[in-house]
Write a protein that binds this ligand. Structure first.
Ligand SMILES: [Zn+2]
Length: 277
């Protein structure tokens, strides 16, 4: 099987905290690297996690709240400075391209690499991109401004190719099925969203608050730990990762325990943690 792995670069939410960085993740499939969200501070977090930004081919930005993309222009600028020439695919809300262009224009910077922009589509689940191994989907969630989640789905052909290689080299056949990862933040709790990521192997779902703050969650278009567990259960996913924690929480054990009462196979997306998909 090809490597299909998720690294949590930051799992915090809006207000900076000394114990976790704001949202960013890296998905690795074989030699391909995909970044999801790019909060302020992501470049330093990449260094701490020994992920080279030069390897990242795709950037997915879920929405334009600062704690999800204020690091993007810095990272793009660094890639320009250190000599990247291969293209970058940037998937994000349409206005993001205007923001990036204005920032580059003000700095009189002409990027050395092609920046290929893919605007996210409103309304339904949409196939954004595909390559030989993966399909990249976006889907709308419910937040204060337009926001999207993403699904990264391994293709059947990629599984079969990896399987035949394993047979040739006499490795034991493992349980090979197309694997998938879904990223779902920031969103209010809406059970109907479960259809967008039904049956995925790993679901990252926001869990900004503990459940006694459900009213605060709804008022701010966020979800609680128990609501994340309900989504995982409704969508029949294999594993749930809780993240996007409010800076008010230092000990996340109660958050985890409460979610596990509803969905046992729940884990915490702590900064620097790595999960096989
Ligand atoms: Zn937000």
């Amino acid at each position: 099987m090809n490597t299909f792995q998720l690294t949590i670069i930051g799992s915090g939410s809006a207000v900076p905290s000394s114990h976790r960085a704001a949202t960013s993740q890296v998905v690795q499939y074989d030699n391909k690297y995909i970044m999801i969200d790019c909060a302020e501070g992501t470049q330093m977090q990449l260094k701490r996690n020994k992920v080279s930004p030069m390897r990242i081919e795709h950037f997915f930005i879920s929405h334009l709240h600062g704690d999800h993309y204020f690091g993007l222009i810095g990272l793009i600028n660094t890639l320009h400075l250190i000599g990247k020439t291969s293209p970058i695919h940037l998937h994000g809300p349409a206005v993001l391209l205007d923001i990036i262009r204005l920032q580059l224009k003000a700095a009189d910077t002409t990027l050395r690499f092609p920046l290929l922009f893919h605007p996210l589509k409103e309304g339904c689940k949409h196939l954004m991109f595909e390559d030989e191994h993966l399909r990249y989907w976006s889907f709308p969630v419910v937040h204060r401004i337009p926001t999207w989640g993403f699904v990264f789905e391994e293709k059947q052909e990629a599984v079969e190719a990896a399987q035949s290689e394993m047979e040739e080299t006499a490795f034991q056949q493992q349980n090979c099925h197309p694997r998938s990862y879904a990223f779902c933040t920031d969103t209010a709790f809406r059970p109907e969203l479960a259809d967008y990521f039904r049956g995925v192997d790993l679901l990252y779902h926001e869990s900004t608050f503990e459940h006694h703050l459900a009213k605060t969650a709804e008022a701010t278009f966020h979800s609680t730990n128990v609501q994340a567990a309900e989504m995982a259960k409704a969508a029949e996913v294999k594993r749930l990762l809780l993240g996007h924690f409010s800076s008010r929480y230092t000990d996340l054990t109660p958050m985890l325990d409460e979610a596990r009462e509803l969905f046992q196979n729940t884990l915490l997306a702590l900064d620097g943690s790595i999960f096989d998909i």
